[in-house]
Design a protein. Structure first.
Length: 599
Protein backbone atom coordinates (compact mmCIF):
# COMPACT_ATOMS: atom_id res chain seq x y z
CA UNK A 1 0.00 0.00 0.00
CA UNK A 2 2.87 2.37 -0.61
CA UNK A 3 0.66 3.33 -3.55
CA UNK A 4 -2.17 4.30 -1.18
CA UNK A 5 0.19 6.45 0.86
CA UNK A 6 1.59 8.14 -2.24
CA UNK A 7 -1.87 8.73 -3.67
CA UNK A 8 -3.06 10.37 -0.46
CA UNK A 9 -0.17 12.82 -0.65
CA UNK A 10 -0.69 13.59 -4.32
CA UNK A 11 -4.42 14.13 -4.04
CA UNK A 12 -4.10 16.34 -0.99
CA UNK A 13 -1.57 18.55 -2.74
CA UNK A 14 -3.38 18.83 -6.06
CA UNK A 15 -6.38 17.75 -8.02
CA UNK A 16 -5.23 15.14 -10.51
CA UNK A 17 -5.46 15.61 -14.27
CA UNK A 18 -8.87 15.85 -15.86
CA UNK A 19 -10.62 16.39 -19.13
CA UNK A 20 -11.67 19.82 -17.84
CA UNK A 21 -9.62 22.74 -19.15
CA UNK A 22 -9.97 24.57 -15.85
CA UNK A 23 -7.57 22.12 -14.23
CA UNK A 24 -4.81 23.05 -16.62
CA UNK A 25 -4.05 26.00 -14.36
CA UNK A 26 -5.57 25.00 -11.01
CA UNK A 27 -3.67 21.97 -9.66
CA UNK A 28 -0.37 23.60 -8.76
CA UNK A 29 -0.25 22.77 -5.07
CA UNK A 30 -1.76 26.08 -3.94
CA UNK A 31 -5.34 24.81 -3.67
CA UNK A 32 -6.65 22.88 -0.72
CA UNK A 33 -9.50 20.42 -1.14
CA UNK A 34 -11.83 22.86 0.59
CA UNK A 35 -10.94 25.50 -1.99
CA UNK A 36 -11.44 23.08 -4.86
CA UNK A 37 -14.96 22.26 -3.73
CA UNK A 38 -15.87 25.94 -3.33
CA UNK A 39 -15.74 26.32 -7.12
CA UNK A 40 -18.50 24.57 -9.13
CA UNK A 41 -16.21 24.14 -12.14
CA UNK A 42 -13.50 22.52 -10.03
CA UNK A 43 -16.07 20.35 -8.28
CA UNK A 44 -17.27 19.08 -11.65
CA UNK A 45 -13.70 18.55 -12.81
CA UNK A 46 -12.84 16.61 -9.67
CA UNK A 47 -15.95 14.46 -10.11
CA UNK A 48 -14.82 13.59 -13.63
CA UNK A 49 -11.65 12.14 -12.07
CA UNK A 50 -13.76 9.55 -10.30
CA UNK A 51 -14.34 7.99 -13.73
CA UNK A 52 -10.64 7.54 -14.50
CA UNK A 53 -8.98 4.11 -14.77
CA UNK A 54 -12.04 2.09 -15.73
CA UNK A 55 -10.53 -1.03 -17.35
CA UNK A 56 -11.05 -1.55 -21.07
CA UNK A 57 -11.16 -5.37 -20.78
CA UNK A 58 -11.50 -7.55 -23.90
CA UNK A 59 -8.25 -7.68 -25.89
CA UNK A 60 -6.71 -4.82 -23.89
CA UNK A 61 -4.70 -6.72 -21.34
CA UNK A 62 -0.98 -7.22 -21.83
CA UNK A 63 -0.16 -7.40 -25.52
CA UNK A 64 -3.68 -7.76 -26.95
CA UNK A 65 -4.53 -10.71 -24.72
CA UNK A 66 -7.42 -11.25 -22.35
CA UNK A 67 -5.57 -12.62 -19.35
CA UNK A 68 -8.47 -14.20 -17.41
CA UNK A 69 -9.80 -15.87 -20.56
CA UNK A 70 -6.32 -17.06 -21.53
CA UNK A 71 -5.65 -18.55 -18.09
CA UNK A 72 -9.01 -20.29 -17.83
CA UNK A 73 -9.77 -23.65 -19.45
CA UNK A 74 -11.68 -22.00 -22.29
CA UNK A 75 -8.66 -20.74 -24.22
CA UNK A 76 -4.92 -20.68 -24.86
CA UNK A 77 -3.04 -17.56 -25.85
CA UNK A 78 -0.77 -18.25 -28.81
CA UNK A 79 1.54 -15.25 -28.41
CA UNK A 80 4.72 -15.68 -26.38
CA UNK A 81 4.53 -12.01 -25.32
CA UNK A 82 1.31 -12.38 -23.37
CA UNK A 83 -0.09 -15.00 -20.99
CA UNK A 84 2.60 -17.58 -21.64
CA UNK A 85 4.69 -16.17 -18.79
CA UNK A 86 1.89 -17.29 -16.48
CA UNK A 87 1.72 -20.69 -18.19
CA UNK A 88 5.42 -21.15 -17.54
CA UNK A 89 5.17 -20.09 -13.89
CA UNK A 90 7.51 -17.14 -14.36
CA UNK A 91 5.11 -14.63 -12.81
CA UNK A 92 6.21 -13.20 -9.45
CA UNK A 93 5.28 -10.41 -7.06
CA UNK A 94 8.08 -8.37 -8.60
CA UNK A 95 7.30 -9.13 -12.23
CA UNK A 96 3.85 -9.89 -13.57
CA UNK A 97 1.82 -8.99 -16.63
CA UNK A 98 -0.93 -7.26 -14.65
CA UNK A 99 1.67 -4.70 -13.56
CA UNK A 100 3.28 -4.35 -17.00
CA UNK A 101 2.04 -1.44 -19.08
CA UNK A 102 3.92 -1.28 -22.36
CA UNK A 103 1.18 0.67 -24.14
CA UNK A 104 -1.09 3.17 -22.45
CA UNK A 105 -4.19 1.77 -24.15
CA UNK A 106 -3.70 -1.62 -22.45
CA UNK A 107 -5.01 -2.53 -19.00
CA UNK A 108 -2.39 -2.88 -16.26
CA UNK A 109 -1.39 -1.70 -12.77
CA UNK A 110 -4.77 -2.56 -11.28
CA UNK A 111 -3.68 -2.37 -7.66
CA UNK A 112 -2.35 1.16 -8.05
CA UNK A 113 -5.09 2.43 -10.34
CA UNK A 114 -8.07 1.08 -8.40
CA UNK A 115 -6.77 2.44 -5.09
CA UNK A 116 -6.26 5.77 -6.84
CA UNK A 117 -9.93 5.77 -7.79
CA UNK A 118 -11.17 4.69 -4.37
CA UNK A 119 -9.15 7.46 -2.78
CA UNK A 120 -10.52 10.06 -5.21
CA UNK A 121 -14.11 8.87 -4.67
CA UNK A 122 -13.72 9.02 -0.87
CA UNK A 123 -12.48 12.61 -1.09
CA UNK A 124 -15.36 13.51 -3.38
CA UNK A 125 -18.01 11.93 -1.16
CA UNK A 126 -16.66 13.71 1.91
CA UNK A 127 -16.80 17.15 0.29
CA UNK A 128 -19.92 16.72 -1.85
CA UNK A 129 -22.51 17.65 0.82
CA UNK A 130 -21.17 21.22 1.00
CA UNK A 131 -19.59 21.50 -2.46
CA UNK A 132 -20.48 24.31 -4.85
CA UNK A 133 -22.48 23.03 -7.84
CA UNK A 134 -24.08 24.56 -10.90
CA UNK A 135 -27.21 22.43 -10.42
CA UNK A 136 -28.49 21.26 -7.06
CA UNK A 137 -29.87 18.06 -8.62
CA UNK A 138 -26.30 17.06 -9.45
CA UNK A 139 -25.57 16.57 -5.75
CA UNK A 140 -27.91 13.61 -5.54
CA UNK A 141 -27.01 12.08 -8.90
CA UNK A 142 -23.25 12.46 -8.53
CA UNK A 143 -23.39 10.92 -5.07
CA UNK A 144 -25.18 7.89 -6.51
CA UNK A 145 -22.67 7.59 -9.35
CA UNK A 146 -19.74 7.82 -6.92
CA UNK A 147 -21.16 4.96 -4.85
CA UNK A 148 -21.53 2.78 -7.96
CA UNK A 149 -17.98 3.53 -9.06
CA UNK A 150 -16.55 2.73 -5.63
CA UNK A 151 -18.49 -0.53 -5.53
CA UNK A 152 -17.14 -1.43 -8.98
CA UNK A 153 -13.50 -0.72 -8.14
CA UNK A 154 -13.75 -2.58 -4.85
CA UNK A 155 -15.30 -5.61 -6.52
CA UNK A 156 -12.46 -5.66 -9.06
CA UNK A 157 -9.84 -5.50 -6.29
CA UNK A 158 -11.42 -8.37 -4.37
CA UNK A 159 -11.72 -10.54 -7.49
CA UNK A 160 -8.08 -10.01 -8.45
CA UNK A 161 -6.34 -9.72 -5.07
CA UNK A 162 -8.64 -11.18 -2.41
CA UNK A 163 -8.89 -9.48 0.99
CA UNK A 164 -8.19 -5.75 1.06
CA UNK A 165 -8.86 -2.96 3.57
CA UNK A 166 -12.16 -1.09 3.56
CA UNK A 167 -11.44 2.60 3.19
CA UNK A 168 -13.96 5.43 3.30
CA UNK A 169 -11.60 8.04 4.73
CA UNK A 170 -9.67 10.99 3.39
CA UNK A 171 -6.42 10.10 5.12
CA UNK A 172 -4.31 13.10 6.24
CA UNK A 173 -0.62 13.49 5.41
CA UNK A 174 0.23 12.51 8.98
CA UNK A 175 -1.49 9.12 8.68
CA UNK A 176 0.88 6.27 9.65
CA UNK A 177 -1.37 3.42 8.39
CA UNK A 178 -0.30 1.24 11.32
CA UNK A 179 -3.88 0.19 12.03
CA UNK A 180 -4.89 -0.61 8.45
CA UNK A 181 -6.09 -4.21 8.20
CA UNK A 182 -7.48 -6.43 5.50
CA UNK A 183 -11.22 -6.89 5.92
CA UNK A 184 -12.94 -10.31 5.95
CA UNK A 185 -14.62 -11.25 2.68
CA UNK A 186 -18.15 -11.04 4.08
CA UNK A 187 -17.52 -7.47 5.21
CA UNK A 188 -16.02 -6.52 1.86
CA UNK A 189 -19.00 -7.84 -0.09
CA UNK A 190 -21.43 -6.27 2.37
CA UNK A 191 -19.63 -2.97 1.84
CA UNK A 192 -19.95 -3.29 -1.94
CA UNK A 193 -23.62 -4.22 -1.66
CA UNK A 194 -24.21 -1.30 0.73
CA UNK A 195 -22.66 1.15 -1.74
CA UNK A 196 -24.98 -0.20 -4.43
CA UNK A 197 -27.97 0.18 -2.11
CA UNK A 198 -26.94 3.77 -1.40
CA UNK A 199 -26.78 4.45 -5.13
CA UNK A 200 -30.21 2.94 -5.67
CA UNK A 201 -31.64 5.51 -3.26
CA UNK A 202 -30.72 8.30 -5.68
CA UNK A 203 -33.64 10.34 -6.93
CA UNK A 204 -31.96 11.67 -10.07
CA UNK A 205 -29.65 8.87 -11.21
CA UNK A 206 -31.40 7.10 -14.14
CA UNK A 207 -31.88 3.41 -14.85
CA UNK A 208 -30.74 3.76 -18.45
CA UNK A 209 -28.70 6.38 -20.32
CA UNK A 210 -30.82 7.86 -23.11
CA UNK A 211 -28.55 10.76 -24.11
CA UNK A 212 -25.33 9.85 -25.92
CA UNK A 213 -23.59 12.80 -24.27
CA UNK A 214 -23.95 10.92 -20.96
CA UNK A 215 -22.96 7.50 -22.28
CA UNK A 216 -20.11 7.00 -19.81
CA UNK A 217 -22.15 7.66 -16.68
CA UNK A 218 -23.24 5.23 -14.00
CA UNK A 219 -26.85 4.11 -13.65
CA UNK A 220 -29.06 2.28 -11.18
CA UNK A 221 -28.98 -0.71 -13.51
CA UNK A 222 -25.20 -0.91 -13.11
CA UNK A 223 -25.65 -0.75 -9.33
CA UNK A 224 -28.04 -3.72 -9.57
CA UNK A 225 -25.59 -5.70 -11.72
CA UNK A 226 -22.67 -5.12 -9.33
CA UNK A 227 -24.88 -5.99 -6.35
CA UNK A 228 -26.06 -9.18 -8.08
CA UNK A 229 -22.50 -10.36 -8.70
CA UNK A 230 -21.22 -9.35 -5.26
CA UNK A 231 -23.99 -11.32 -3.51
CA UNK A 232 -23.20 -14.38 -5.63
CA UNK A 233 -19.49 -14.15 -4.85
CA UNK A 234 -20.11 -13.67 -1.12
CA UNK A 235 -21.99 -16.98 -0.99
CA UNK A 236 -19.40 -18.91 -3.03
CA UNK A 237 -16.99 -21.44 -1.54
CA UNK A 238 -13.83 -19.34 -1.90
CA UNK A 239 -15.31 -16.39 -0.02
CA UNK A 240 -18.05 -17.63 2.32
CA UNK A 241 -15.86 -18.83 5.19
CA UNK A 242 -18.05 -21.92 5.66
CA UNK A 243 -21.11 -19.72 6.17
CA UNK A 244 -24.25 -20.25 4.11
CA UNK A 245 -25.19 -17.01 2.37
CA UNK A 246 -27.13 -18.59 -0.49
CA UNK A 247 -30.60 -17.51 0.67
CA UNK A 248 -29.29 -13.95 0.95
CA UNK A 249 -27.77 -14.22 -2.54
CA UNK A 250 -31.07 -15.60 -3.85
CA UNK A 251 -33.12 -12.76 -2.36
CA UNK A 252 -30.73 -10.09 -3.62
CA UNK A 253 -30.56 -11.56 -7.11
CA UNK A 254 -34.31 -11.96 -7.29
CA UNK A 255 -34.73 -8.29 -6.38
CA UNK A 256 -32.05 -7.09 -8.83
CA UNK A 257 -33.45 -9.24 -11.62
CA UNK A 258 -37.00 -7.99 -11.04
CA UNK A 259 -35.94 -4.35 -10.88
CA UNK A 260 -33.98 -4.62 -14.11
CA UNK A 261 -36.92 -6.27 -15.87
CA UNK A 262 -39.32 -3.67 -14.50
CA UNK A 263 -37.13 -0.91 -15.89
CA UNK A 264 -37.05 -2.23 -19.43
CA UNK A 265 -34.06 -4.57 -19.59
CA UNK A 266 -34.62 -7.61 -21.83
CA UNK A 267 -32.62 -10.34 -23.52
CA UNK A 268 -31.65 -9.48 -27.09
CA UNK A 269 -33.81 -11.90 -29.09
CA UNK A 270 -34.83 -10.12 -32.31
CA UNK A 271 -32.24 -10.18 -35.07
CA UNK A 272 -31.83 -7.02 -37.13
CA UNK A 273 -29.90 -8.59 -40.03
CA UNK A 274 -29.33 -11.95 -41.69
CA UNK A 275 -25.55 -11.83 -41.23
CA UNK A 276 -25.39 -14.03 -38.12
CA UNK A 277 -26.54 -17.52 -37.22
CA UNK A 278 -28.52 -16.47 -34.13
CA UNK A 279 -29.54 -13.46 -32.05
CA UNK A 280 -26.83 -14.31 -29.52
CA UNK A 281 -24.14 -13.85 -32.19
CA UNK A 282 -25.60 -10.58 -33.43
CA UNK A 283 -25.98 -9.22 -29.92
CA UNK A 284 -22.24 -9.11 -29.29
CA UNK A 285 -21.54 -6.88 -32.29
CA UNK A 286 -24.15 -4.35 -31.18
CA UNK A 287 -22.58 -1.15 -29.90
CA UNK A 288 -25.61 0.29 -28.21
CA UNK A 289 -27.98 3.12 -28.88
CA UNK A 290 -29.12 5.80 -26.52
CA UNK A 291 -32.88 6.19 -26.43
CA UNK A 292 -35.85 5.27 -24.30
CA UNK A 293 -36.49 2.30 -26.61
CA UNK A 294 -33.08 1.03 -27.83
CA UNK A 295 -32.61 -1.97 -30.11
CA UNK A 296 -30.29 -3.47 -27.51
CA UNK A 297 -32.11 -3.62 -24.17
CA UNK A 298 -29.85 -6.29 -22.72
CA UNK A 299 -26.63 -4.36 -22.17
CA UNK A 300 -26.40 -2.77 -18.74
CA UNK A 301 -22.95 -1.24 -19.19
CA UNK A 302 -20.55 -1.46 -22.10
CA UNK A 303 -17.11 -0.07 -22.85
CA UNK A 304 -16.79 3.16 -24.76
CA UNK A 305 -13.44 2.03 -26.06
CA UNK A 306 -13.82 1.39 -29.79
CA UNK A 307 -12.52 -1.94 -31.06
CA UNK A 308 -11.02 -1.73 -34.51
CA UNK A 309 -11.35 -4.84 -36.66
CA UNK A 310 -10.87 -7.72 -34.25
CA UNK A 311 -9.44 -9.95 -36.97
CA UNK A 312 -6.07 -8.18 -36.88
CA UNK A 313 -5.20 -9.26 -33.33
CA UNK A 314 -7.75 -12.05 -32.73
CA UNK A 315 -8.43 -13.54 -36.14
CA UNK A 316 -7.40 -16.02 -38.80
CA UNK A 317 -4.57 -15.79 -41.35
CA UNK A 318 -7.30 -15.49 -43.97
CA UNK A 319 -8.23 -12.13 -42.51
CA UNK A 320 -4.74 -10.69 -42.69
CA UNK A 321 -4.13 -11.08 -38.98
CA UNK A 322 -1.05 -9.95 -37.09
CA UNK A 323 -1.72 -12.55 -34.41
CA UNK A 324 -4.44 -15.13 -33.80
CA UNK A 325 -4.82 -14.17 -30.17
CA UNK A 326 -6.50 -15.99 -27.33
CA UNK A 327 -7.76 -19.10 -29.11
CA UNK A 328 -10.62 -21.35 -27.93
CA UNK A 329 -9.77 -24.73 -26.45
CA UNK A 330 -11.29 -28.12 -27.15
CA UNK A 331 -12.45 -27.98 -23.52
CA UNK A 332 -14.72 -25.06 -24.43
CA UNK A 333 -15.90 -26.64 -27.69
CA UNK A 334 -16.91 -29.78 -25.78
CA UNK A 335 -19.24 -27.72 -23.58
CA UNK A 336 -21.75 -26.91 -26.35
CA UNK A 337 -24.80 -29.18 -26.26
CA UNK A 338 -26.57 -30.95 -29.11
CA UNK A 339 -29.32 -28.75 -30.48
CA UNK A 340 -31.85 -31.45 -31.38
CA UNK A 341 -31.77 -33.24 -28.03
CA UNK A 342 -30.73 -30.36 -25.77
CA UNK A 343 -28.22 -32.67 -24.11
CA UNK A 344 -24.51 -32.19 -23.35
CA UNK A 345 -22.20 -34.43 -25.34
CA UNK A 346 -20.81 -35.77 -22.05
CA UNK A 347 -22.07 -36.59 -18.57
CA UNK A 348 -21.93 -33.39 -16.52
CA UNK A 349 -20.93 -35.16 -13.32
CA UNK A 350 -17.89 -36.71 -15.06
CA UNK A 351 -17.15 -35.15 -18.46
CA UNK A 352 -13.91 -37.04 -19.08
CA UNK A 353 -12.57 -40.50 -18.33
CA UNK A 354 -9.01 -39.24 -17.86
CA UNK A 355 -7.34 -36.31 -16.11
CA UNK A 356 -6.18 -34.63 -19.31
CA UNK A 357 -9.55 -34.45 -21.05
CA UNK A 358 -8.53 -36.61 -24.00
CA UNK A 359 -11.20 -39.26 -23.43
CA UNK A 360 -14.71 -37.84 -23.50
CA UNK A 361 -17.28 -39.60 -21.31
CA UNK A 362 -19.81 -39.42 -24.14
CA UNK A 363 -23.53 -39.46 -23.41
CA UNK A 364 -24.70 -41.82 -26.12
CA UNK A 365 -28.25 -40.44 -25.92
CA UNK A 366 -27.11 -36.92 -26.86
CA UNK A 367 -26.80 -37.51 -30.60
CA UNK A 368 -23.14 -36.49 -30.66
CA UNK A 369 -21.09 -37.97 -33.52
CA UNK A 370 -17.30 -37.80 -32.87
CA UNK A 371 -16.65 -38.13 -36.62
CA UNK A 372 -18.76 -35.00 -37.22
CA UNK A 373 -17.99 -33.09 -34.03
CA UNK A 374 -19.32 -29.67 -35.09
CA UNK A 375 -22.58 -30.81 -36.65
CA UNK A 376 -25.86 -30.18 -34.87
CA UNK A 377 -24.39 -28.29 -31.93
CA UNK A 378 -25.70 -25.34 -29.91
CA UNK A 379 -25.66 -22.30 -32.27
CA UNK A 380 -23.59 -20.43 -29.69
CA UNK A 381 -20.64 -22.60 -30.74
CA UNK A 382 -20.53 -21.03 -34.21
CA UNK A 383 -21.20 -17.63 -32.66
CA UNK A 384 -18.11 -17.96 -30.46
CA UNK A 385 -15.60 -20.26 -32.20
CA UNK A 386 -14.21 -20.54 -35.72
CA UNK A 387 -13.54 -24.24 -36.37
CA UNK A 388 -12.77 -26.40 -39.37
CA UNK A 389 -15.63 -25.89 -41.82
CA UNK A 390 -16.74 -22.54 -40.40
CA UNK A 391 -17.53 -19.82 -42.94
CA UNK A 392 -16.34 -16.25 -42.80
CA UNK A 393 -16.81 -13.37 -45.21
CA UNK A 394 -13.91 -11.59 -46.84
CA UNK A 395 -14.86 -8.52 -48.86
CA UNK A 396 -18.41 -9.89 -48.93
CA UNK A 397 -17.41 -13.33 -50.23
CA UNK A 398 -17.94 -16.49 -48.21
CA UNK A 399 -14.75 -18.44 -47.49
CA UNK A 400 -14.35 -21.73 -45.61
CA UNK A 401 -11.99 -21.97 -42.64
CA UNK A 402 -9.69 -24.99 -42.95
CA UNK A 403 -7.89 -25.96 -39.76
CA UNK A 404 -6.77 -29.40 -40.96
CA UNK A 405 -3.08 -29.98 -41.61
CA UNK A 406 -2.26 -28.14 -44.83
CA UNK A 407 -5.43 -26.02 -44.67
CA UNK A 408 -5.58 -22.24 -44.98
CA UNK A 409 -5.83 -21.86 -41.19
CA UNK A 410 -3.91 -24.96 -40.18
CA UNK A 411 -2.67 -25.35 -36.67
CA UNK A 412 0.94 -24.31 -36.13
CA UNK A 413 3.04 -24.24 -33.00
CA UNK A 414 5.31 -21.25 -32.45
CA UNK A 415 3.51 -18.92 -34.86
CA UNK A 416 1.61 -15.92 -33.58
CA UNK A 417 -0.69 -15.98 -36.65
CA UNK A 418 -1.78 -19.61 -36.58
CA UNK A 419 -3.72 -21.23 -33.75
CA UNK A 420 -2.11 -23.77 -31.44
CA UNK A 421 -5.52 -25.17 -30.42
CA UNK A 422 -7.10 -25.78 -33.83
CA UNK A 423 -9.66 -23.02 -33.23
CA UNK A 424 -9.92 -19.25 -33.57
CA UNK A 425 -11.99 -16.71 -31.56
CA UNK A 426 -15.09 -15.19 -33.15
CA UNK A 427 -17.39 -13.81 -30.44
CA UNK A 428 -18.08 -10.13 -31.00
CA UNK A 429 -16.52 -10.07 -34.45
CA UNK A 430 -18.36 -8.13 -37.13
CA UNK A 431 -19.55 -10.42 -39.94
CA UNK A 432 -17.33 -8.83 -42.59
CA UNK A 433 -14.21 -8.31 -40.48
CA UNK A 434 -11.01 -8.85 -42.36
CA UNK A 435 -8.05 -7.50 -44.20
CA UNK A 436 -8.66 -3.97 -45.42
CA UNK A 437 -12.10 -3.64 -43.78
CA UNK A 438 -11.97 -0.74 -41.35
CA UNK A 439 -14.94 -1.43 -39.09
CA UNK A 440 -15.77 -1.53 -35.42
CA UNK A 441 -16.36 -4.87 -33.73
CA UNK A 442 -18.60 -5.23 -30.71
CA UNK A 443 -17.52 -3.38 -27.60
CA UNK A 444 -16.97 -5.07 -24.26
CA UNK A 445 -20.06 -5.68 -22.13
CA UNK A 446 -19.16 -5.18 -18.49
CA UNK A 447 -22.62 -6.29 -17.39
CA UNK A 448 -25.61 -7.60 -19.30
CA UNK A 449 -28.96 -9.08 -18.37
CA UNK A 450 -27.89 -12.56 -19.55
CA UNK A 451 -25.43 -12.68 -16.65
CA UNK A 452 -28.08 -11.61 -14.15
CA UNK A 453 -30.33 -14.47 -15.33
CA UNK A 454 -27.55 -16.93 -14.53
CA UNK A 455 -26.53 -15.26 -11.24
CA UNK A 456 -30.14 -15.59 -10.12
CA UNK A 457 -30.30 -19.17 -11.43
CA UNK A 458 -27.15 -20.20 -9.57
CA UNK A 459 -28.35 -18.78 -6.26
CA UNK A 460 -31.71 -20.51 -6.79
CA UNK A 461 -30.05 -23.86 -7.50
CA UNK A 462 -27.82 -23.53 -4.44
CA UNK A 463 -30.82 -22.80 -2.18
CA UNK A 464 -32.05 -26.17 -3.37
CA UNK A 465 -35.77 -26.18 -2.52
CA UNK A 466 -38.15 -27.67 -5.11
CA UNK A 467 -39.46 -24.18 -5.85
CA UNK A 468 -36.03 -22.58 -6.20
CA UNK A 469 -34.76 -25.45 -8.38
CA UNK A 470 -37.76 -24.98 -10.65
CA UNK A 471 -36.96 -21.25 -10.83
CA UNK A 472 -33.32 -21.98 -11.68
CA UNK A 473 -34.35 -24.23 -14.56
CA UNK A 474 -36.86 -21.66 -15.82
CA UNK A 475 -34.13 -19.01 -15.97
CA UNK A 476 -31.66 -21.35 -17.69
CA UNK A 477 -34.23 -22.46 -20.25
CA UNK A 478 -35.08 -18.86 -21.12
CA UNK A 479 -31.40 -18.28 -21.91
CA UNK A 480 -31.30 -21.47 -23.99
CA UNK A 481 -34.42 -20.50 -25.94
CA UNK A 482 -32.64 -17.33 -27.08
CA UNK A 483 -29.76 -19.52 -28.27
CA UNK A 484 -32.13 -21.61 -30.41
CA UNK A 485 -33.16 -24.57 -28.24
CA UNK A 486 -36.78 -25.64 -28.61
CA UNK A 487 -38.87 -25.75 -25.41
CA UNK A 488 -39.43 -29.46 -26.10
CA UNK A 489 -35.81 -30.09 -25.00
CA UNK A 490 -35.85 -27.88 -21.91
CA UNK A 491 -33.50 -28.97 -19.15
CA UNK A 492 -34.80 -30.06 -15.76
CA UNK A 493 -33.24 -31.12 -12.47
CA UNK A 494 -34.55 -33.73 -10.02
CA UNK A 495 -32.35 -32.47 -7.20
CA UNK A 496 -30.04 -29.69 -6.00
CA UNK A 497 -26.80 -31.34 -7.16
CA UNK A 498 -28.07 -31.75 -10.71
CA UNK A 499 -29.42 -28.20 -10.78
CA UNK A 500 -26.02 -26.82 -9.77
CA UNK A 501 -24.27 -28.82 -12.50
CA UNK A 502 -26.74 -27.56 -15.12
CA UNK A 503 -26.39 -23.91 -14.09
CA UNK A 504 -22.59 -24.08 -14.01
CA UNK A 505 -22.57 -25.75 -17.41
CA UNK A 506 -24.84 -23.05 -18.82
CA UNK A 507 -22.59 -20.31 -17.44
CA UNK A 508 -19.61 -21.89 -19.21
CA UNK A 509 -21.40 -21.67 -22.56
CA UNK A 510 -23.48 -18.49 -22.34
CA UNK A 511 -20.73 -16.42 -20.72
CA UNK A 512 -17.77 -17.80 -22.70
CA UNK A 513 -15.00 -15.28 -23.40
CA UNK A 514 -16.51 -12.75 -20.97
CA UNK A 515 -14.04 -13.38 -18.09
CA UNK A 516 -16.60 -15.24 -15.99
CA UNK A 517 -15.15 -18.75 -16.35
CA UNK A 518 -11.82 -17.69 -14.81
CA UNK A 519 -13.44 -16.15 -11.74
CA UNK A 520 -16.22 -18.76 -11.53
CA UNK A 521 -13.81 -21.68 -11.24
CA UNK A 522 -11.91 -19.87 -8.51
CA UNK A 523 -14.93 -18.97 -6.42
CA UNK A 524 -16.24 -22.56 -6.73
CA UNK A 525 -13.09 -23.98 -5.09
CA UNK A 526 -11.43 -23.33 -1.75
CA UNK A 527 -8.22 -21.31 -1.60
CA UNK A 528 -6.04 -24.36 -0.92
CA UNK A 529 -7.37 -26.39 -3.86
CA UNK A 530 -5.59 -26.55 -7.21
CA UNK A 531 -7.64 -25.42 -10.20
CA UNK A 532 -7.49 -28.84 -11.81
CA UNK A 533 -9.74 -27.90 -14.74
CA UNK A 534 -6.98 -25.52 -15.92
CA UNK A 535 -4.10 -27.98 -15.58
CA UNK A 536 -4.48 -29.42 -19.08
CA UNK A 537 -5.76 -27.50 -22.10
CA UNK A 538 -6.74 -29.67 -25.04
CA UNK A 539 -6.55 -28.89 -28.76
CA UNK A 540 -7.79 -30.69 -31.87
CA UNK A 541 -5.49 -31.88 -34.63
CA UNK A 542 -7.35 -32.65 -37.86
CA UNK A 543 -5.98 -34.63 -40.78
CA UNK A 544 -7.67 -35.03 -44.15
CA UNK A 545 -8.38 -38.61 -45.18
CA UNK A 546 -10.03 -38.76 -48.58
CA UNK A 547 -13.20 -36.71 -48.32
CA UNK A 548 -13.30 -37.17 -44.56
CA UNK A 549 -11.36 -36.02 -41.51
CA UNK A 550 -9.48 -37.74 -38.71
CA UNK A 551 -9.79 -35.97 -35.37
CA UNK A 552 -7.09 -36.30 -32.71
CA UNK A 553 -7.14 -34.62 -29.32
CA UNK A 554 -3.85 -33.57 -27.74
CA UNK A 555 -2.61 -31.67 -24.71
CA UNK A 556 -1.40 -28.20 -25.70
CA UNK A 557 1.97 -26.88 -24.54
CA UNK A 558 3.05 -30.29 -23.24
CA UNK A 559 5.68 -32.43 -24.95
CA UNK A 560 4.73 -35.59 -23.08
CA UNK A 561 1.00 -35.03 -22.53
CA UNK A 562 1.58 -35.28 -18.78
CA UNK A 563 3.32 -31.99 -18.08
CA UNK A 564 0.67 -29.35 -17.26
CA UNK A 565 -0.31 -26.89 -19.98
CA UNK A 566 -0.52 -24.01 -17.52
CA UNK A 567 1.26 -23.77 -14.18
CA UNK A 568 -1.33 -21.13 -13.31
CA UNK A 569 -3.59 -24.01 -12.24
CA UNK A 570 -1.85 -24.13 -8.85
CA UNK A 571 -3.82 -23.07 -5.76
CA UNK A 572 -1.92 -19.79 -5.28
CA UNK A 573 -3.49 -18.57 -8.53
CA UNK A 574 -6.83 -17.97 -6.84
CA UNK A 575 -5.48 -14.45 -6.38
CA UNK A 576 -2.73 -12.45 -8.04
CA UNK A 577 0.30 -11.22 -6.12
CA UNK A 578 0.33 -7.78 -4.63
CA UNK A 579 3.34 -5.81 -5.82
CA UNK A 580 6.38 -6.89 -3.79
CA UNK A 581 7.19 -3.26 -2.96
CA UNK A 582 3.62 -2.58 -1.82
CA UNK A 583 3.47 -5.71 0.32
CA UNK A 584 6.83 -4.96 1.93
CA UNK A 585 5.89 -1.35 2.71
CA UNK A 586 2.63 -2.33 4.39
CA UNK A 587 4.29 -5.11 6.36
CA UNK A 588 6.82 -2.64 7.72
CA UNK A 589 4.01 -0.31 8.80
CA UNK A 590 1.56 -2.83 10.25
CA UNK A 591 3.65 -5.83 11.21
CA UNK A 592 1.33 -8.06 9.17
CA UNK A 593 2.19 -10.13 6.10
CA UNK A 594 0.31 -8.46 3.26
CA UNK A 595 1.35 -10.75 0.42
CA UNK A 596 -1.16 -13.26 -0.91
CA UNK A 597 -0.63 -16.93 -0.10
CA UNK A 598 2.03 -18.64 -2.20
CA UNK A 599 3.60 -15.47 -3.59
Amino acid sequence: MKTIVRICILVLLAVSSSCSDVLDIAPDGRLTMDQVFQDPDLTAAYFSNCYNNIPKKSRRYFWFSNVPVALSDEAFDCDSQSAKSAYQGSISASNNILDTELIGSMDARFWEKYWTQIRAINVFLKHLPTAALHKETDRDRWKGEAFVLRAFFYLQLVKWYGQVPISTEEYPLTETYTKVKKAPFNELFDFIISDCDSALQSKYMPWRIVDEAEKLRMTKAIACAIKSQAALYKASKLYCGDQNYWKEAYDINQDCFNQLKQHGYELYTKMQTSNYNCAYAEYFVQNGSFSTNPVDKETIWQSDFGEESMAYVWGTPLQGNYRCGTCPSQNLVDAYDMLATGKPIYHLDKPYLDDQGLQVNVDNTSGYNPSKPYTGRDPRLDATVLHDGSSIYLAGKKVAVQTFTGGNCEMQSGSTRYSETGYYPFKGEYWNSGDGVAIQDGRWKYYRLGEIYLNYAEAAAEVGTPESIQKAMELVNTIRHRAGFDPSVDVSAPDKATAILIVRHERQVELAYEEHRYFDMRRWTSANEDLTNEKFTVGMKITKKGLGRVYERFVINSKDGVTPTKLSYLAKWHFWPISATEASTMESKTGDNWQNEGW
